[in-house]
Design a protein around this ligand. Structure first.
Ligand SMILES: C[C@@](CO)(OP(=O)(O)O)[C@H](O)COP(=O)(O)OP(=O)(O)OC[C@H]1O[C@@H](n2ccc(N)nc2=O)[C@H](O)[C@@H]1O
Ligand SMILES: Nc1ncnc2c1ncn2[C@@H]1O[C@H](COP(=O)(O)OP(=O)(O)O)[C@@H](O)[C@H]1O
Length: 289
């Protein structure tokens, strides 16, 4: 059930941060059609926020500012809450408030992050006490990016994104541009022009190699808005796309450099400055309980 009510519980919000794919390689395709990836995930301090009010009755109710664009039956927050309730055979429920601040479908992983925050927060509030690895297993059924958000640490990922090794890339400052276009992950992975056989890289070479995104060429060819954003951004910093797009990010050493570039952003582009974080804001919130 969705309500557009603006009423919020008094509890302190739980963050659901965005991620960047600092690089993204497509290394193969599985028999079920899914693609094998190698990627480097880092969180940024730009988040959605969720509030939870637990109830004795089993209803799960979502109050959100995206109820017009995402139906309840599709919303990963309700799917996550239902999965946990079912797995743990929990008899109560929850009212959940979502303050959606992250752009949707931009390769920042907001939907997966909302799902991860729901699993982590309700596991704590319902006292269902599932281990992080069990939560990640439940999360993986909702989206390939959910496990890294549950794990809460920057990671080199393989498989479809579920095999995680913790790494600590530099916590740079990023100028993220949000092109005004929706890129369908499914369409990109179905396109015959997507390169699918990048040789696997060795974890020991990660930090010294040039970071690239195998989906970028295809997405910029299909979507001039993404190409325009990148050609503007590369004048200021090393830049590339996150996930299957559409967002692109430039990497800066100091916040002021990123803010100076943001101040020059053409009027027809939208963007924000964020800090890379190797420990996610969700993990930090959890440790404060
Ligand atoms: C590419 C990545 C990298 O972080 O990010 P996003 O750009 O979505 O954030 C993710 O792995 C996205 O994973 P996930 O969020 O589960 O993808 P979905 O939107 O569910 O995938 C839509 C469709 O894309 C295809 N797909 C997705 C992931 C993958 N490794 N191989 C695929 O072939 C499948 O056909 C799937 O049905
Ligand atoms: N809570 C949610 N927040 C955002 N998108 C959601 C949510 N639940 C389901 N979705 C669906 O997931 C799609 C992908 O969302 P998102 O995770 O923001 O992008 P991406 O996978 O490109 O990083 C959205 O277009 C939307 O249809």
């Amino acid at each position: 059930m969705t309500s557009t009510s603006s009423h919020k519980s008094a509890s302190i919000s739980w963050p659901a941060p965005a991620k960047l794919n600092l690089f993204l390689h497509v290394t193969g395709q599985r028999a079920d059609g899914y693609h094998e990836l190698q990627t480097l995930f880092q969180f940024i301090d730009h988040c959605d926020y969720l509030d939870f009010h637990i109830t004795d009755t089993p209803d799960l109710v979502l109050h959100s500012n995206i109820s017009d664009s995402v139906a309840d039956s599709d919303n990963l927050i309700l799917k996550a809450a239902k999965s946990l309730q079912r797995y743990a055979q929990y008899e109560g429920g929850a009212h959940i408030w979502l303050d959606k601040l992250l752009p949707m479908g931009g390769g920042l992983g907001g939907g997966s992050s909302d799902a991860a925050t729901t699993l982590v927060a309700l596991n704590a509030l319902w006292k269902t006490n599932l281990s992080p690895s069990k939560l990640a297993e439940i999360g993986l059924t909702l989206g390939a990016d959910v496990p890294v958000f549950i794990n809460g640490l920057s990671a080199f990922a393989e498989g479809v994104g579920e095999k995680l090794i913790t790494v600590e890339p530099t916590e740079s400052w990023y100028l993220v541009i949000v092109p005004d276009v929706h890129v369908s992950t499914k369409d990109i992975f179905q396109d015959p022009d997507l390169p699918r056989n990048t040789p696997k890289v060795d974890i020991n070479t990660l930090m010294t190699r040039k970071w690239t995104n195998d989906c970028q060429k295809l997405v910029t060819t299909r979507h001039p808005q993404v190409a325009n954003a990148l050609s503007w951004l590369v004048e200021y910093a090393p830049s590339r796309m996150t996930g299957t797009g559409a967002c692109v990010f430039g990497e800066f050493t100091h916040s002021q450099q990123a803010l100076d570039a943001l101040a020059e952003l053409p009027a027809d582009m939208r963007g924000f400055v964020a800090k890379g974080m190797n420990k996610s804001p969700l993990q930090i919130r959890l440790e404060q309980l």
